[in-house]
Write a protein that binds this ligand. Structure first.
Ligand code: FAD
Length: 434
C-alpha cells in the first residue's frame, strides 16, 4: 500500500562509502534513487583513520585515483609493539605500491565522501543532506519507505538500503539488530596534526606523495584490546587510538587520555614535534565481527557497511567492506527488480553475494579473534614486555656471552608465565586467525 509521499525506486539512508557506492551503481542503471544524509554534506560527520583501498573502490569508481581528492599513496606499512620506553618495529615497503594503480591511499572523509557524492549526483541520484531518517514505514512486515525529520518528509520506494553506520537506527527500528553492545564496539578518537610536507617526508623517509602508516599496539592502548595509528597525509598526520568501550568503562578511562599518552610516548613524540592540532574527531567502530552480525535483509530492506557490522579490525579494513557491500546491495536490488519481487526471499541474493566474497570469508576467518583477545589480555601486556626486554638484552653489548643472555631471557620469561602456558597461548592465537 503506497503512501502519499514522494516515490522512488530506491531509498538509501546514509551517504558514507556503503550508501554512496550502492546509490551510484543504481543511478547508473537509471533507477530513481534518493540518498538521505543527516550531515550538512556527505562526509561532514564521517571519521576514518583513514586508509582507503584502491581495488574495492575502483570496482565502483574506476580510475578514481586520477581525479579524487587523495592525500598520499601508501608505500610503507609499519607495526610497532610498544612498552613504556621501547618499540619493537616491523615494516614493509614494496616498489609495486609506489606506482599506478597503487594499493591504498590516505584520505580525509570530508573531502573524499563529498567527491563520491558529486559522482552520485552526476549519475542522476538525488542527495538530500541535513535530513535525519527517523524510522522505517512498514506495511505489515514489509518496509515500504522511511519517515524523515522533515515536515511531509515521508518517502516511499520498492526497497530501502540502510547504510546509516555503526549505530544503525533503521536496522534496529525494523528489528534486524539490537543496539550495539559496549563489548561489540570500539570508541576511536583521532587528531589531525599539521606539519610541513618536507618535515613529514624527512621523518618518515618519503618523497613526493609517498605515504606511510604505523599501527601501534600494547602500551598505545594502555594494554587494552585495540590499536593506535599514525598515518601520513600531504601536510598533516592522522593520529588516533581506538579501544573497546567495555574496557574503557571497566578501567574508567577516556579515549582522549589514551591519545595524550600516545602522543607523549618517547617513540611517538619526535614524529609529532612542532605539529599543530587542526581537528579532533571521535567515532564508533562496530567490532563485534561475524558473531555480532545482524540479519542483513528483510522484505523491502537491505543493510550494508558498518550498519551490518562489516569491519575487519585486524587488517584495519572497513571502508572497503562498506563499498563492496554497497555494490552487492545494488546488484541484489537489480536482481529483485528483474523479478519484480522485493521480498526477503529474493533479496537473499545479497547474502549469497556477500558469503561468496572476501567480506564474509575474512570475517569468518577472524570470527574468534575478538573473544580470544578479550580472554588473553597478556598479548597486550606481558608478551610485548617480554619481546622488548628480549630485544634489549640481545642487543646490549656488555661482554656477557649470548648463550647466557638467552638463558637470562628464558628464566625471566619463565618467572612470569610457564612455558606450556605460553605455548598454549600462541597455539590458540594462531588457531583464532588460521
Ligand atoms: C576512527 C576510525 C578509523 C577508521 N580507519 C579506517 C581505515 O583506516 N580504513 C578503513 O578502511 N576503514 C576505517 N574505519 C572504518 C570505516 O570508517 C567504516 O567502516 C566506513 O566508514 C563504513 O562506511 P558506511 O558507509 O557503512 O558508514 P559511515 O561511513 O558511518 O556512513 C554512515 C552515514 O549515515 C549517516 N546517517 C546515520 N544515521 C542517519 C540517519 N538516521 N539519517 C540520515 N543519515 C544518517 C551518517 O551521517 C553517515 O554519513 C575507521 C573507522 C573509524 C571510526
Amino acid at each position: 500500500m503506497a503512501g502519499r509521499g514522494e516515490r522512488f525506486d530506491v531509498i538509501v539512508v546514509g551517504a558514507g562509502p556503503a550508501g554512496l557506492s550502492a546509490a551510484y551503481l543504481l543511478a547508473k542503471e537509471h533507477l530513481k534513487v534518493v540518498v538521505i544524509e543527516r550531515g550538512d554534506f556527505a562526509g561532514a560527520k564521517n571519521v576514518m583513520g583513514g586508509v582507503l583501498y584502491r581495488q574495492p573502490t575502483a570496482d565502483i569508481f574506476p580510475d578514481f585515483w586520477k581525479e579524487a581528492p587523495l592525500e598520499r599513496h601508501i608505500l610503507e606499512t609499519q607495526a610497532w609493539v610498544l612498552t613504556e620506553n621501547a618499540a619493537f618495529k616491523a615494516a614493509h615497503r614494496h616498489t609495486a605500491f609506489d606506482r599506478e594503480p597503487y594499493n591504498a591511499f590516505t584520505v580525509f572523509r570530508a573531502r573524499f565522501d563529498k567527491w563520491m557524492a558529486a559522482k552520485v549526483r552526476a549519475a542522476g541520484a538525488l542527495i538530500v543532506p541535513e535530513t535525519v531518517v527517523e524510522s522505517a514505514i512498514m506495511d505489515g512486515d514489509r518496509v515500504i519507505g522511511v519517515q524523515t525529520g522533515r515536515p511531509d518528509g515521508d518517502l516511499y520506494a520498492d526497497v530501502v538500503i540502510a547504510a546509516d553506520g555503526a549505530n544503525s537506527l533503521l536496522a534496529q527500528n525494523v528489528g534486524l539488530r539490537k543496539e550495539i553492545r559496549p563489548d561489540e564496539a570500539a570508541l576511536a578518537v583521532k587528531e589531525v596534526i599539521a606539519l610541513p610536507r618536507e618535515v613529514i617526508n624527512d621523518r618518515f623517509n618519503l618523497t613526493g606523495d609517498q605515504g606511510a602508516t604505523i599501527e601501534l599496539y600494547a602500551d598505545s592502548t594502555a594494554g587494552m584490546m585495540g590499536t593506535a595509528w599514525i598515518y601520513t597525509n600531504r601536510d598533516s598526520l592522522s593520529v588516533g587510538v581506538g579501544v573497546m568501550i567495555s574496557d574503557l568503562v571497566e578501567r574508567g578511562l577516556q579515549p582522549n587520555d589514551l591519545l595524550e599518552h600516545l602522543k607523549a610516548h618517547p617513540m611517538v613524540a619526535p614524529l609529532l614535534e612542532g605539529g599543530e592540532t587542526r581537528e579532533y574527531l571521535a567515532h564508533l567502530l562496530p567490532e563485534g565481527g561475524l558473531r555480532a552480525m545482524p540479519r542483513l535483509y528483510t522484505h523491502g530492506m537491505l543493510v550494508a557497511g558498518d550498519a551490518a557490522m562489516l569491519i575487519n579490525s585486524l587488517h584495519r579494513e572497513g571502508s572497503n567492506l562498506a563499498m563492496t557491500s554497497g555494490r552487492f546491495a545494488a546488484e541484489a536490488v537489480l536482481h529483485a527488480r528483474e523479478r519484480g519481487d522485493f521480498s526477503a526471499e529474493t533479496l537473499a541474493h545479497y547474502g549469497r553475494l556477500l558469503r561468496r566474497s572476501y567480506v564474509f570469508r575474512d570475517l569468518h576467518k577472524y570470527r574468534n579473534l575478538a573473544r580470544f583477545f578479550e580472554t588473553h589480555p597478556e598479548f597486550f601486556t606481558l608478551y610485548p614486555d617480554l619481546l622488548n626486554e628480549a630485544a634489549r638484552e640481545m642487543l646490549t653489548v656488555d661482554g656477557v656471552p649470548k648463550r647466557r643472555k638467552q638463558r637470562k631471557i628464558f628464566w625471566s620469561a619463565l618467572r612470569r608465565r610457564m612455558p606450556w602456558r605460553m605455548a598454549l597461548d600462541f597455539f590458540k592465537a594462531w588457531r583464532s586467525i588460521a
